[in-house]
Ligand binder design. Structure first.
Ligand code: SF4
Ligand code: SF4
Length: 116
């Protein structure tokens, strides 16, 4: 599969995203399993206003990549989630049936305080 040219974007499209309960549980587990130094480095980064609380600006990538929400995995590859840098890759249709409900928005409803 052709991939998006994300390097250098500095989290341009990583704003507040919706999560399901099970996704948030996985994120919580991941954060808790991180070495303290790494976790605090990620938590205390100065981000752009509106950038997702898990974006790792120092490394220019998602700080929780293996457990990122489904919407982040879909971004750029679905017709309603187009990346302006490579719109041709957004070809799939979203199937809303049998999807777990979102319980809130990362960065707005869920912040680092909810991960302690
Ligand atoms: S999906 Fe698009 S806007 Fe987002 S980081 Fe990748 S190339 Fe940049
Ligand atoms: S969870 Fe990761 S991929 Fe999703 S918006 Fe936040 S930083 Fe970006």
């Amino acid at each position: 599969m052709e991939i998006l040219p994300c390097e250098g974007c500095k989290g341009l499209c990583c704003g507040p995203v919706p999560v399901t309960e099970s996704e948030f549980k996985k994120i919580k587990k991941k954060i808790k399993s991180m070495p303290t130094k790494m976790r605090s480095e990620l938590e205390n980064q100065k981000r752009y206003y509106g950038t997702c609380i898990f974006y790792d600006l120092n490394k220019d990538r998602c700080g929780i990549h293996s457990v990122r929400p489904e919407i982040c995995r879909m971004f750029g590859y679905y017709k309603d989630l187009v990346c302006f840098r490579k719109p041709a890759l957004a070809t799939k249709n979203i199937d809303q049936s049998d999807k777990e409900k979102h319980v809130g928005i990362l960065t707005l409803d869920f912040t680092w305080k909810d991960l302690k």
